[in-house]
Ligand binder design. Structure first.
Ligand code: SF4
Length: 723
């Protein structure tokens, strides 16, 4: 590993938690203690780390780790997971997949992967599934956090392109945070905003969120809109901006299509701010203040996250935001633009290699024959999936229905994290072959495995991740390989080779990265046009250059040299990725969340993260320091609702929906509206019984993106009798 100079010499690597993608320096001391510090040379965090990042050294101990392959062996009910050799485990996976494909066709098998994987892992998984098995049944847990942003970008820009960078948050006169508890979920971005406001007190911050979160503490204005009403709010803004005369007519005429149709839809229901305020349950004056600030501020960044994406109208919410930036021409220039902040460390890297069931590598499309041919020719693969595969929720429903008979799950815990999580249990119980690659021995999902494959974890593996601002950074190994664990890309290649497929003879991560970077250049050459996704400048790196690679933002068209920084922001020339180079306004007729509350289930459940835990706690759960912040799961609800439904603060209560139930302690956080409640996503059956909130969440998805509606499920609450 690269030994960097600086305040603390150590291996330069990248934090494995949120999509901010902070640079980390890690050093193992003589006593085995791991020192962690922020990397002051990394442009995303400039030496800062949040509490989760700082505690990384406390989460890498080997207790609970899966160290050797295991297969389920024995007779009938006595079948238990037994240690085995890699050869036996890999043969079982390869032969099992081969047999099922031969009997039932390529669509009878599936991979379900994760934004925790490195880009190299993601790349070979997609290559195996789409180019060799010949099915697009590979989806990812990133479907749960940012697929609506992907779909919105593609509709508006012609490709999944994030126009802005973190610096834009510091250059803006107005930052709007929508559906994002940035202070807790992307803490370093929030710290950057807080810091810049010290020197730029005129900069305004508006937070749009049904809950009064920690992020609101810094806000000049908090708009606690009714959950799910975002499209009304932004359609109202579009209408207001047009009437206020701040449309950039020159930009709209030269660089966009479809403004009149989008505006007509917006005006239909949302021309009157008073009516919009009523629908959104907002103070009309506050709403007007926001509209006026937006109209008056040339430099506006509208950053959004799960509160926007995780909705049955998530894609429309994204486009209703982008529409406002297109109308005012506030995109492609410093300090302005719509900004999707991704949840996971490598959600963006997965998107680059076609990690979603409806995408191909290098930002190509499965439903485009020319793109399919380009990828198949580059891979020299025997076949190519010719239609989109099953998205996450549909995938597990297809398993339960018996249409998918083998699934390989990598680095994710769907029995906890997917909506209608009890359905996921039923599906895995029924599935003929469940293969799981993980770092942990026991998770709620691993209990259903027929084959368990030990993967390398953070600090042990090598490769790249891409953060929310398109910055590719290296994750580097600084810890020894534990037990018999292997890199995910290596495990996938070894299964592919056993299935008889050529094209998987990589021996190191840099070789996979080189093929991935080469595909973007090949795409541009084959399609005869310049494309905005371009890693041409990162081709041809040998092991030493890959090891020394510094963080860089794509697109990067020329060879990397010295301190080259790639491209900070896109669309500076007003050209977008649609064939005609023009962006699209998308009409966004507003609609309410799909399942309405009723007398049986009268409360609306919202789910999300807490500051110091990550996903299903398999790593952060190891740190007592992190557990101190929020020691157990909770049901945050309004005191009046608690009174109404017969529960009290501190009491255990049972929350149930039409899909499942869970138990946690009631609390009144103070920031929750009447008729709603909030439960964190992290706790599970390994940490506490019946604590999986996913079991309650309705499996409703956005029709365009397939992203589930995690922010609204009708539920009821009642006292949980303690024996
Ligand atoms: Fe890690 Fe995100 Fe914290 Fe940065 S902000 S240290 S990437 S968890």
């Amino acid at each position: 590993p690269l030994q960097a100079a600086g305040k603390m010499a150590g291996t330069q690597t990248t934090c494995p938690y949120c999509g901010v993608g902070c640079g980390v320096r890690a050093k193992v001391g003589n006593d085995g203690r791991i020192d962690i510090a922020g990397d002051e040379t990394h442009a995303s965090n400039l030496g800062r780390l949040c509490v989760k990042g700082s505690a990384l050294g406390e989460t890498v101990a080997l207790d609970g780790r899966l160290l050797y392959p295991k297969i389920r062996d024995g007779e009938g009910d006595r079948k238990v997971l037994q240690p085995t050799s890699w050869d036996t485990a890999l043969d079982k996976v390869a032969h099992g997949f081969r047999r099922i494909i031969d009997q039932h066709g390529p669509d009878s098998v599936a991979l379900y992967v994760s934004g925790q994987l490195l880009t190299e892992d993601y790349y070979v998984a997609n290559k195996l599934m789409k180019g060799y098995i010949g099915s697009a049944n590979i989806d990812t847990n990133s479907r749960l956090c940012m697929s609506s942003a992907v779909a919105g970008h593609k509709r508006a820009f012609g490709a999944d392109l994030v126009p802005v960078c973190y610096e834009d948050l510091e250059l803006a006169d107005l930052v709007v945070l929508v559906g994002s508890n940035t202070a807790w979920c992307h803490p370093i971005l929030f710290q950057r905003i807080a810091k810049i406001r010290e020197s730029r007190p005129q900069m305004k911050l508006v937070v749009i969120d049904p809950r009064r979160t920690a992020t609101c503490e810094l806000a000049d204005l908090h708009l606690p809109l009714k959950a799910g009403s975002d499209v009304w709010l932004f359609n109202g803004l579009l209408s207001f901006l047009a009437r206020a005369g701040v449309a950039d007519d020159g930009f709209v005429a030269a660089h966009t299509n479809g403004m009149a149709a989008a505006l007509e839809v917006a005006e239909e229901d949302c021309a009157d701010p008073g009516a919009v305020a009523k629908i959104c349950k907002l103070d009309p004056q506050d709403l007007l203040t926001f509209y006026q600030w937006f109209a008056d501020s040339q430099k506006v960044v509208t950053a959004f996250s799960q509160g926007v994406n995780q909705s049955s109208s998530g894609t429309d919410k994204v486009n209703s935001i982008i529409n406002c930036h297109l109308l005012t021409g506030r995109i492609g220039k410093p300090g302005m633009g719509p900004f999707s902040i991704t949840g996971q460390p490598n959600a963006m890297g997965g998107r680059e290699v076609g990690g979603l069931a409806n995408m191909l590598a290098a930002h190509m499309e499965l439903d485009n024959p020319q793109h399919r041919e380009t990828v198949q020719t580059y891979w020299n693969s025997p076949r190519m999936a010719d239609r989109p595969g099953l998205k996450a929720v549909d995938l597990f429903q297809a398993i339960e229905a018996g249409r998918v008979k083998a699934v390989w799950i990598m680095a994710t815990n769907p029995v906890v994290s997917l909506p209608d999580a009890d359905q996921v249990q039923r599906a895995l119980k029924k599935c003929e072959l469940v293969v799981i690659s993980d770092i942990m021995e026991k998770t709620d999902t691993n209990a259903f495995a027929h084959v368990l494959l030990p993967a390398l974890g953070w600090g042990e593996k090598d490769g790249t991740v891409t953060n929310s601002e398109r910055r590719i950074s290296r994750q580097r190994a600084f810890l020894p390989v534990p037990g018999a664990a292997r890199a995910d890309w290596q495990i996938i290649c070894q299964v592919a080779q056993r299935m008889g497929y050529a094209g998987f003879d990589f021996t190191a991560a840099h070789q996979v990265f080189d093929e991935h970077a080469g595909l973007s250049a090949y795409r541009n050459h084959a399609n005869g046009q310049h494309r905005m996704f371009n890693l041409d400048g990162l081709r041809g790196m040998d092991e030493a250059r890959f090891d020394a690679m510094q963080p860089v933002q794509w697109p990067l068209a020329t060879a990397p040299s010295g301190d080259k920084q790639g491209t900070a922001r896109l669309f500076a020339d007003g050209r977008f990725a649609h064939v005609d180079g023009r962006a699209r306004f998308i009409p966004t007729p507003p609609r309410a969340p799909q399942n309405a509350i009723d007398s049986e289930y009268p409360l609306s459940l919202n789910t999300g993260r807490v500051r110091d835990q990550w996903h299903t706690m398999t790593r952060t759960g190891k740190s007592p320091r992190l557990a101190d912040h929020v020691p157990e799961s909770f049901i945050d609800m309004h005191p009046q609702d608690a009174l109404l439904y017969g529960v009290r603060e501190g009491m255990l209560a049972r929350v149930s929906s039409r899909w499942g139930a869970m138990v946690a302690r009631v609390q009144h956080g103070g920031g929750i509206a009447r008729g709603t409640m909030f439960v964190p996503i992290h706790w599970n059956a390994q940490t506490a019984s019946d604590a999986r909130v996913g079991a309650l969440v309705n499996p409703v998805v956005d029709p365009v993106s397939g992203e589930p509606e995690f922010k609204h499920t009708p539920v009821r609450v009642e006292e949980f009798p303690v024996a």
